[in-house]
Write a protein that binds this ligand. Structure first.
Ligand SMILES: [Zn+2]
Length: 226
């Protein structure tokens, strides 16, 4: 007892310790948003759902993973909803071992068309719905992806959808996590050099002209309180 320093009566009271803000897991909010999108439930495999908020995926865990000898970012802050896969195709191609993991930023109105198509369509493709896949990009001959969720979710690729959930407004974004055939992938630098601090900028944008080579495996949703 005697070893503790004597208290001085003229000391100002110690300021209260900052209370760490409780991070609420965004999973229920993102699930509510997903339900509102009215996508066919048969597209999804809830056994593959994951949450990468700081509660569910702790700060000490890795920020980057490797697939097919290529780095990709962990989608920290996003909630991942598993997409039903063609298991025969997946195992035949060995996609979890041999294919890259990439991200494809999109908008909510395109999700149904893309997931139903199984692979990311090319601009101008005829879809099963009978409509064409329209993307207002100067390059209509490639599918663009990125190994970085930070790059793929830039707002010019991945628009923000503001919505009220449980009396709070959130900005929602949607990104498809994909397995991508490494054949004929071209990698190049971004014009926005600071989009991702985890991966080098000089090959953060990828494109391919190969059909049926980018397969969505989960729908990532991020809710940011606005
Ligand atoms: Zn969580």
């Amino acid at each position: 007892m005697g070893s503790s320093p004597p208290s001085k009566s003229n000391d100002a009271p110690a300021p209260p310790l900052p209370v760490p803000e409780t991070i609420q897991c965004p999973r229920p909010i993102c699930l509510q948003y997903l339900k509102g999108l009215n996508l066919n439930r048969a597209y999804f495999n809830k056994h593959m759902n994951r949450c990468y908020c700081s509660n569910c995926y702790g700060p000490s865990k890795p920020n980057v993973f490797i697939a097919a000898n290529s780095k990709f970012t962990v989608p920290r802050g996003w909630v991942s909803f598993g997409i039903q896969l063609d298991q025969a195709f997946a195992s035949d191609k060995g996609i979890f071992k041999n294919w890259y993991t990439t991200f494809y930023g999109t908008s909510k109105d395109k999700l149904s068309e893309i997931i139903r198509n199984r692979f990311i369509p090319f601009p101008g493709d005829d879809l099963l719905s009978g409509e064409k896949f329209i993307l207002n990009l100067p390059d209509q001959k490639h599918v663009y992806t990125s190994p970085s969720i930070n790059y793929a979710s830039l707002s010019h690729i991945c628009p923000v959808d503001r919505m009220n959930v449980n009396d709070n407004f959130y900005d929602f974004q949607v990104v498809l996590r994909c397995k991508q055939n490494p054949a004929d992938v071209q990698k190049f630098a971004s014009g926005k050099p600071n989009a991702c601090e985890l991966l080098p900028n000089d090959n953060i944008q990828w494109k391919t002209d190969q059909r049926s080579s980018v397969l969505p495996i989960s729908l990532l949703i991020r809710a940011t309180k606005s």
